[in-house]
Every structure is written in structure tokens, then in C-alpha cells.
Design a protein around this ligand. Structure first.
Ligand SMILES: NC(=O)C1=CN([C@@H]2O[C@H](COP(=O)(O)OP(=O)(O)OC[C@H]3O[C@@H](n4cnc5c(N)ncnc54)[C@H](OP(=O)(O)O)[C@@H]3O)[C@@H](O)[C@H]2O)C=CC1
Ligand SMILES: CCCCCC(=O)/C=C/[C@H]1[C@H](O)CC(=O)[C@@H]1CCCCCCC(=O)O
Length: 332
């Protein structure tokens, strides 16, 4: 019998999640059935949606989340002992994964893609769900052209830092918004033409100065005041990919600001909300381009690594508060 631990959410969050909103439950895993594998979890992801979806769930619930796991016992020949599996099995240290419905949706388990020697953690970051969000959500919706001006909010985070770098690969001018001067410095080091600290700058004035000819593409991770300012400065025919609205997740629900609809109208802007799920069947395209770009140094995926099962909660709240540069992951 294998003993496992998992995080169970007991409460609806008020403001930032609190440690007492979670309980760590220890339990014994049952024997494996056909079509199941026993997995030792190696990497766990902490993501903003875990905050945003809390109010929609029935309590109590097991905290979901992507993870990379090592197969220690197998009753599915497709996943032999010693192989690795990506699944949405949540914050736990051991688990049993049902493999029968592999790879039908983004929440089904799938084999760790071939990462050519890169860290397996990238499979839940730049070469996994957040990477696919950046790659498809930006390229398919914003359809950037070389020379265009691209703005990214949440630019120093997992998705945003990739979008900005992909935009540079595509020959665009890139401006990012992030929450500290040190993040601004890092973004400029990895190739952003300009980064702006949204907490201290006059957002509209700083953007006007950084993008005197207006904005063609906007990849929005945050909503709120930043988005209102950016949308107000879009050029005719501009494209906006609405990926997230984290400025509203920890506060009163729906507090995403006022979209300047008259600008949308007279600039004929395209605004599209995206859910990465819809591109999941094209993950191989991300893996191909992403590994190539990383290996050649064109894309530098940064990870903010916290160690230890007991520290997953702290990593989660730290990410919500902006501690992370790039993808926040936990190594068990
Ligand atoms: N649509 C989809 O399919 C998907 C959507 N998403 C969305 O993408 C966004 C980014 O996710 P992800 O890259 O994983 O997370 P990040 O790695 O960007 O981490 C969250 C970041 O949000 C920033 N932040 C926190 N509070 C605020 C605020 N009030 N205003 C502005 N920024 C804030 C912090 O950076 P800072 O220091 O700069 O404030 C923090 O680092 C989220 O909105 C998420 O929900 C993610 C994956 C899939
Ligand atoms: C309502 C807030 C929108 C948040 C946008 C966002 O971050 C979406 C992320 C999803 C992405 O499309 C793929 C995912 O895995 C993320 C959502 C996962 C939803 C599962 C929620 C239910 C659960 O906790 O089991």
C-alpha cells in the first residue's frame, strides 16, 4: 500500500487564499486496476485559474493542477514503469491515474513529450499548457506581422514572458507591463523593447511614450486599468487576445474595468477571448517550435521553482502576489 498526500480546498477564498482554506489529507492508495498507473509526482504547477475557479466549485474539492509524474507501477503498457506522464491530477505527492481516456482533452493524461534534454518541468510550463496559451493564443488571434507594435500585460509571468519573446521572434516591437522595476529590468534583458511598471507609472502616458505610433496587438493577461489604457491606444484594425483578467481574481468578482467600446467601434478592433483547450490537439506544433527556439537561445523560459510538497500553498499565493518571474512550479 502506498501512502499519498493531497491538498483539499475547504473554503471559498476571500481575497488571497489562506493556508487554513486548505487541508493536507493523508490516505492510502488502493491496489491498481487495469488501465491505471501509480505515479510519484515530481513537478506540480500553481496557476491563476486555481484562484479564479474556486467560487465555481462545490466544497470540499481536491485542488486540481497540472503535474509531471514518474510511473512507478503500471497496468497500462502504453505507460511502462519508469516513463513519465503529464496529467491534471492536482497537488498531491502520489496518485493513481486512469489512463484509458488519454489525450482526448487537455485534462486527460498524456506521455511526457520528447524534450531533447530540456527540463521535464517545461512540460507544465513553456512546453505545456501555459506555453500553448502563449503560442496559439498570440499567433492565432493577434496574427502579428513583423514591424507591428505588440503590448503584453502580465509580461513577466509564465504566459506573458513567452508571448513577448515569441513576438520578438516574429519581428515585432514589444512592450510589456509588469509589477516591479526588477521585472522591468529582466524583461528588457530578454529582449522586450520596453517594459513598464504598472504599479508606479502613469500607465497611459508611459505607453504613449513607448508606442508613439499606437498599438497593433494586445495580449491581455490582467484586465483592469492597464487594459483600458492599452485598448484606448490601439490602431485601426488592432487585434486583442483576452487570455486572463488576474487583476480581478482576488478582488470583487467581475472588477475588470470599463472596456472603451467606442474605441473598439471606430478603430474596428478584434477582441477575442481564448481558452487554450481549443488548440490542445496541436500541442506538437508548440513542442517542435518551442524546443527549437529554446535550444537555439531565441526563447528563454524562466522558471520560479519552489521546493517541497509542504510549500505548494506558499508558491501558489506567492505567484498570485507577483513573486514569480516566468512559470511558478513546485519540485517535489
Ligand atoms: N485563457 C486560458 O486558456 C489561460 C489563461 N491564463 C491566464 O493568463 C494569465 C497569466 O497566467 P500565468 O502566466 O499562468 O500567471 P503568471 O505567471 O503571470 O502569474 C501571475 C502574475 O499576475 C500578476 N498579477 C497579480 N495581481 C495582479 C494585478 N492586480 N494586476 C496585474 N497583474 C497582477 C503578477 O505579476 P506582477 O508582478 O506583474 O503583478 C503575477 O506574477 C492569468 O490571467 C491566467 O488566468 C493562463 C493559462 C491559460
Ligand atoms: C474564470 C477565470 C478564467 C481564467 C482563465 C484561465 O486561467 C484558464 C485556464 C484554463 C486553461 O484553459 C486550461 C486549464 O487547464 C485552465 C482551466 C482549468 C479549469 C479547471 C477548473 C476545474 C478544476 O479545478 O478542476
Amino acid at each position: 500500500m502506498v501512502k499519498a498526500r493531497k491538498y483539499v480546498v475547504k473554503n471559498y477564498f476571500e481575497g488571497y487564499p489562506k493556508r487554513e482554506d486548505y487541508e493536507i489529507v493523508e490516505y492510502e492508495l488502493p491496489p491498481l486496476k487495469n488501465g491505471e498507473v501509480l505515479v510519484k509526482v515530481e513537478w506540480v504547477s500553481v496557476d491563476p485559474y486555481m484562484r479564479a475557479y474556486n467560487s465555481r466549485k462545490t466544497l470540499p474539492y481536491d485542488q486540481s493542477g497540472f503535474q509531471v509524474g514518474l510511473v512507478e507501477e503500471s497496468k497500462d503498457p502504453r505507460y511502462p514503469v519508469g516513463s513519465r506522464i503529464i496529467s491534471h491530477s492536482g497537488w498531491c505527492d502520489y496518485c493513481i491515474i486512469k489512463t484509458f481516456n488519454s489525450s482526448e482533452t487537455i485534462w486527460d493524461p498524456y506521455k511526457l513529450p520528447k524534450l531533447q534534454g530540456l527540463s521535464n518541468s517545461l512540460a507544465i510550463g513553456a512546453l505545456g499548457m501555459p506555453g500553448a496559451t502563449a503560442y496559439f493564443g498570440f499567433l492565432e488571434v493577434c496574427k502579428p506581422k513583423a514591424g507591428e507594435t505588440v503590448v503584453v500585460s502580465g509580461a513577466a509571468g509564465a504566459v506573458g514572458s513567452l508571448v513577448g519573446q515569441i513576438a520578438k521572434i516574429k519581428g515585432c516591437k514589444v512592450i510589456g507591463f509588469a509589477g516591479s522595476d526588477d521585472k522591468v529590468k529582466w524583461l528588457e534583458e530578454i529582449g522586450f523593447d520596453r517594459a513598464i511598471n504598472y504599479k508606479t507609472a502613469d500607465i497611459a502616458a508611459a505607453l504613449k511614450e513607448a508606442a508613439p505610433n499606437g498599438v497593433d496587438c494586445y495580449f491581455d493577461n490582467v484586465g483592469g486599468e492597464v487594459s483600458n489604457s492599452v485598448i484606448s491606444q490601439m490602431n485601426t484594425g488592432g487585434r486583442i487576445s483576452v487570455c486572463g483578467a488576474i487583476s480581478s481574481y482576488n478582488g470583487p468578482s467581475g472588477a475588470t474595468g470599463n472596456i472603451p467600446l467606442m474605441t473598439v467601434l471606430y478603430k474596428q478592433l478584434l477582441i477575442q477571448g481564448i481558452y487554450v483547450d481549443r488548440w490542445f490537439d496541436r500541442l506538437d506544433e508548440l513542442i517542435k517550435d518551442g524546443t527549437e527556439w529554446i535550444k537555439s537561445g531565441k526563447l528563454q523560459p524562466r522558471e520560479h521553482i519552489t521546493e517541497g510538497f509542504e510549500n505548494i500553498f506558499d508558491a501558489f499565493v506567492g505567484m498570485l502576489k507577483g513573486d514569480n518571474y516566468g512559470k511558478a512550479v513546485v519540485k517535489l
